[in-house]
Design a protein around this ligand. Structure first.
Ligand code: F58
Length: 834
C-alpha cells in the first residue's frame, strides 16, 4: 500500500504472540476456562448453560479473530480489487455451530465442553438468532457471505446493526398473530466487534447550493454519526475470514448543550434520540414497499456510511480516483441501496472535483444491481418532496441525471413521449415520485434477476424499455444458490456423514464442489444405501417431532408423510391454496368408511412463517390455518390420517430442524410471481421432494433432477395475464369454475372451523377477482397431491427419488452463484491468505 505496516518493536515477539493456538482438546478447555474467569468473571461454581455458551463463543471467536486479522492484513498488503455487497438485510441465524464447523474445531470443542460437564448441542441451543432480515433476500445475502469467504474472495458485506431484528411471532388464543420485539442484543453479542474508532458523519436535511460546473455545497441540517460494528465471516476450512460491517446510528454530539443549560432536559436529548432511532428496528415487510421517512433515512444513512468507508479504503491504495472501478465493485441487493448511486456522484463531483461526465462513467462502471421481484407493489418509489426535504443535494443530482438520460432516450427514439414517461426517473403526478429501479438500472453496469424465468420477466416487463435502450447484454441471470455448509453439513450431520462415506472423497471436497454429489447416483439402487438414507430421514423426522413436543406440547405421528410449507405469508405464495387443499382432504376423509381410510397414507402438514404486521389478509390466513388445525387435529375419525400444525416464530434455526425432516415441501406461487425461492433448493438438497408450480427456481430444479422426480401443477406464466383479464372482465362464479373449491369455501363460511364470518375477507379474495388464480389451479393442485400419495405408496421408489434429488443439487450451491458474480460482473479473484 506504500504505507509502513510493519510492527513497532520486535517483530518476532509480535508474530509469536499472534500465532493461532492449535486448538487440541486441552487448548479448548483452557481457553474456555480462561474466558469463564476473565471475560465473564464467573467460576466453575456458578456457570450455567448460558454462561458456558458465552465462554465457548469467546473461545471460538479468538480463533476467528486471528484469521480475520490475517485476512484483512493480507488484503491491505496485496491491495486487490474488492467487491462490496450492500444489503439492508443479513439473515444470519446462529453463528457458533457454523464457526466451529468452518474452523474444523467442532469435534475438539465437543470433547472439551464435555470434559467441563456441558453438552455442546445444549450450548449451541442457547444462542439467539441474528435475525436482521425478512426472508429470502436477507438469507441469500448471508449465504453469499459464506460462499465469498469459502472461495477466498475479497468481499465485504455492508448493512445496518438493527437493535431489534424481525419481530417475534406469537399466536393468540384465537389463532391470530401477535408481534413482540426481538431484543437480540440483550445478552451482548460475542460475534461483533464495536469499532468506536471507525465512524462517519452522515448529513440529513439542510440545503444544497449549486456552484459552477455541476458542483454544489450541501450544508446545514442534522448530522448523525455512523459507528462500525464488524462481524467475522469465516470461510469453510480456509483462513480467509471476511468482514460484515454493520452501522449503528449515534448522535454526533451527546446532547444539545444549549437546551440542557437552559434547563430543558427533554429537548436536550430529543435530537440524540432521533439519531438513535435510525438503526433501531428492521422494517418487517416482505415484498411490499412502505413509504416511511424513517425507512428512507435508514437507506441513506447506510449507503452514505458505506460509500464513505469504501472511498476511504480506496484512497489508502494511493491510486488516482479515475481508477476507482478497477479496485471497487459494489453489488446493490435490490433497490434499497440505490441512493449509493447519487451519493457516489456527490462524493466525486462535490468533494473530489471530478467533472460530471467522468464521475458518471466511474459510477456506472462500479455498480451492479440485482432485482428480486417483479411484483408492482414491491417496486420502490419515493415521493419527490420527501426526498427533496431529507436529501436536497441528491434530489438535484437525480434531476440532473434524469435530464441527460431522457435527452439520450429522445435521441434514440425521437418523439416517443410515452416511452420517455415510462423511462423517466421521475413518475409525474402530485406528488412526483423517484423510481428507484430506473435509477438503479441506469447507474449500474449490469442488471440481473435471480432465476432464469425471473430474469426473462425482468427483461420483458419492468425493464423492457431499458433493454431496448441499453441493449440486452446489460441484462442477465444469476440463479440464486444456498450454502451447503449450513444447509446440509450443519443442519443434517448424519446425512453429511453418509454422503462423505459414500462418495469416497473428503467432506471438504464435496462441500466445496457440490457437483460431486452426482456420485450418489451410482448407489441409488443399492438397498443397503437406501436403508441408511431412509433411516436418516426418519431420525430427522423424530428430531422435529421431539422439538414440537417440547415446545408446543403436541405429539406427532412420525410414520406419516411430513409435508412442509415454510415461507413468509403472502397471497402470491398461496399458503391459502395449501390450506384449502388440506380442508378438501379432510372432507374427503370424513366421507370415507373406516376401512377405506386405512388405505390412506397418513400425512402431517406443517406451516410456518411470519406475516407483515400490517398485512391483514396474510394475518387472517394464519388465523384460519390455526383454527382449521384445531378442528382437524381433534377429530377422532380422521386425526390418525391427517393433521396440521402452524409452528410459531419461524426462523433460520427452526428451518434447520424442519428442512431435513421433510418428505415433501410446497412451493406453489402463482406462475411468474416468485422470483426464485431458495428454500426449495434447501429441501431438495436434504432429499425432500418438491411439489410446486412452474415458477422461479422450481423450473431449474426440475431441469436438474428430471421431471419424474418433482410434482408440478398449475397454469404456466404466459397464461396468467390472460386468465387475470378474464377474471376481471368476464368473471365466472367459483361454483362453476371449480366446484370442489366452492365446496371447501362453503364449509369454512358455514362455520365448520369457527365463526365463518371472520374469514369472509380472505375467502372473498378468491370469490371476487381471484388475482392469484386459486380457482384456476385448484383442480390440478389436488391432482398433483394424489400423485404424491400414489408415489409415496411405493416407499423404495420414493427413496430413490429422494437420493436422485440430492445428487442433482450441485448447481444450487451459492459457491457457483458467487463465483459467477465474481467472474462475470465484479472481475475479482481469490486472494489467499498465505
Ligand atoms: C425474495 N425477495 C424473493 N424480498 O421473493 C424470492 O423469490 C427470492 O428467492 C429471494 O428474494 C432471493 O432472491 C425478498 O425476500 C424482501 O424480503 C424485501 C425486503 C424489503 C422490502 C421489500 C421486500
Amino acid at each position: 500500500s506504500g504505507k509502513e505496516i510493519w510492527p513497532r518493536g520486535d517483530e518476532n515477539v509480535w508474530k509469536d504472540g499472534t500465532r493461532a493456538i492449535d486448538k487440541d482438546v486441552p487448548d479448548v478447555t483452557k481457553s474456555i476456562i480462561n474466558h469463564v474467569n476473565t471475560s465473564l468473571a464467573r467460576q466453575a461454581y456458578n456457570i450455567d448453560d448460558m454462561g458456558a455458551y458465552q465462554a465457548v463463543a469467546l473461545a471460538a471467536r479468538d480463533d476467528l479473530l486471528i484469521n480475520w486479522n490475517e485476512t484483512q492484513l493480507n488484503y491491505t498488503r496485496k491491495a486487490p480489487k474488492r467487491a462490496y455487497y450492500l444489503s439492508l438485510e443479513f439473515l444470519m441465524g446462529r453463528t457458533l455451530d457454523n464457526a466451529l464447523l468452518n474452523l474444523g474445531l467442532k469435534d475438539n470443542f465437543t470433547q472439551g465442553v464435555d470434559k467441563l460437564g456441558f453438552n455442546i448441542e445444549d450450548i449451541i441451543d442457547k444462542e439467539r438468532d441474528a435475525a436482521l432480515g425478512n426472508g429470502g433476500l436477507g438469507r441469500l445475502a448471508a449465504c453469499y457471505l459464506d460462499s465469498s469467504a469459502s472461495q477466498e474472495l475479497p468481499v465485504w458485506g455492508y448493512g445496518l446493526r438493527y437493535k431489534y431484528g424481525i419481530f417475534q411471532q406469537l399466536i393468540a388464543p384465537d389463532g391470530s398473530q401477535l408481534e413482540a420485539p426481538d431484543p437480540w442484543l440483550e445478552h451482548s453479542n460475542p460475534w461483533e466487534l464495536p469499532r468506536v474508532d471507525v465512524t462517519i458523519d452522515v448529513r440529513f436535511y439542510g440545503h444544497a447550493e449549486r456552484l459552477d460546473n455541476g458542483k454544489a455545497i450541501w450544508s446545514g441540517g442534522q448530522e448523525v454519526l455512523a459507528v462500525a460494528y464488524d462481524v467475522m465471516i469465516p470461510g469453510y476450512h480456509t483462513k480467509t475470514t471476511n468482514n460484515l460491517r454493520l452501522w449503528e446510528s449515534k448522535p454526533k454530539r451527546g446532547f444539545d448543550l444549549n437546551s440542557f443549560n437552559a434547563g430543558d432536559y427533554e429537548k436536550a436529548v430529543q435530537s440524540s434520540n432521533s439519531a438513535e432511532t435510525i438503526t433501531s428496528v428492521l422494517y418487517p415487510n416482505d415484498n411490499t414497499m412502505v413509504g416511511k421517512e424513517l425507512r428512507l433515512k435508514q437507506q441513506y444513512f447506510w449507503t452514505a456510511a458505506s460509500l464513505n468507508d469504501i472511498m476511504r479504503r480506496f484512497k489508502n491504495y494511493g491510486k488516482p480516483i479515475t481508477e476507482f472501478p478497477e479496485y471497487v465493485a459494489i453489488q446493490l441487493n435490490d433497490t434499497h441501496p440505490t441512493l449509493a448511486i447519487p451519493e457516489l456522484m456527490r462524493l466525486l463531483v462535490d468533494e473530489e472535483d471530478v467533472p460530471w461526465d467522468k464521475a458518471w462513467s466511474i459510477v456506472t462502471s462500479t455498480f451492479f444491481f440485482t432485482n428480486h421481484t417483479v411484483l408492482p407493489e414491491a417496486l420502490e418509489k419515493w415521493p419527490v418532496p420527501l426526498m427533496q426535504h431529507l436529501l436536497p443535494r441528491h434530489m438535484q443530482i437525480i434531476f440532473d441525471l434524469n435530464l441527460t438520460f431522457l435527452q439520450a432516450v429522445e435521441k434514440k427514439f425521437p418523439g416517443d413521449r410515452d416511452r420517455l414517461a415510462r423511462m423517466s426517473l421521475i413518475q409525474e403526478g402530485y406528488p412526483q415520485y423517484v423510481r428507484m429501479a430506473n435509477l438503479a438500472c441506469i447507474g449500474s453496469r449490469r442488471v440481473n434477476g435471480v432465476a432464469e424465468l425471473h430474469s426473462e420477466l425482468v427483461k420483458t416487463t419492468i425493464m423492457k424499455d431499458f433493454v431496448e435502450f441499453f441493449g440486452v447484454s446489460k441484462f442477465s441471470n444469476v440463479t440464486n444458490g444456498i450454502t451447503p455448509r449450513r444447509w446440509l453439513d450443519q443442519c443434517n450431520p448424519a446425512l453429511s456423514t453418509l454422503i462423505t462415506e459414500t462418495l469416497g472423497c473428503t467432506k471438504n471436497e464435496w462441500l466445496k464442489d457440490l457437483y460431486k454429489l452426482e456420485g450418489l447416483l451410482k448407489h441409488v439402487d443399492d438397498p443397503k444405501f437406501q436403508k441408511k438414507w431412509a433411516a436418516i430421514k426418519q431420525s430427522n423426522k423424530e428430531r422435529l417431532a421431539h422439538h414440537v413436543e417440547v415446545t408446543l406440547g403436541i405429539k406427532i405421528n412420525t410414520k406419516a408423510m411430513f409435508d412442509v410449507q415454510i415461507k413468509r405469508l403472502h397471497e402470491y405464495k398461496r399458503q391459502t391454496l395449501n390450506l384449502l387443499g388440506v380442508v378438501h382432504r379432510y372432507l374427503a376423509l370424513k366421507k370415507m368408511t373406516p376401512e377405506q381410510r386405512k388405505k390412506i397414507n397418513p400425512r402431517v402438514v406443517f406451516f410456518a412463517g411470519k406475516a407483515a404486521p400490517g398485512y391483514y389478509i396474510a394475518k387472517l390466513t394464519i388465523r384460519l390455518i390455526v383454527n382449521v388445525a384445531r378442528v382437524i387435529n381433534a377429530d377422532p375419525d380422521t386425526k390418525d390420517y391427517l393433521s396440521m400444525f402452524f409452528l410459531p416464530d419461524y426462523s433460520v434455526t427452526l428451518a434447520e430442524i424442519l428442512i431435513p425432516a421433510s418428505d415433501l415441501s410446497q412451493h406453489i406461487s402463482t406462475a411468474g410471481t416468485e422470483a426464485s425461492g431458495t428454500s426449495n433448493m434447501k429441501f431438495c438438497l436434504n432429499g425432500g421432494l418438491l411439489l410446486g408450480t412452474v415458477d422461479g427456481a422450481n423450473i431449474e430444479i426440475a431441469e436438474e433432477v428430471g421431471d419424474s422426480n418433482v410434482f408440478f401443477f398449475g397454469h404456466l406464466t404466459p397464461a396468467v395475464e390472460e386468465l387475470r383479464y378474464q377474471h376481471t372482465y368476464h368473471p365466472v362464479p367459483v361454483e362453476e369454475k371449480c366446484p370442489a373449491l366452492a365446496a371447501v369455501l362453503d364449509e369454512i363460511s358455514a362455520g365448520r372451523f369457527g365463526d365463518g364470518s371472520v374469514y369472509e375477507p380472505l375467502l372473498n379474495t378468491i370469490r371476487q377477482g381471484d388475482y392469484y388464480l386459486l380457482t384456476e389451479d385448484f383442480d390440478s393442485y389436488i391432482q398433483a397431491l394424489s400423485m404424491v400419495d400414489a408415489a409415496y405408496q411405493d416407499r423404495t421408489e420414493w427413496i430413490k427419488k429422494s437420493i436422485r434429488t440430492t445428487a442433482k443439487m450441485g448447481k444450487f450451491s451459492s459457491d457457483r452463484a458467487i463465483l459467477t458474480y465474481a467472474e462475470e460482473f465484479w472481475n475479482i479473484e481469490a486472494c489467499k491468505v498465505p
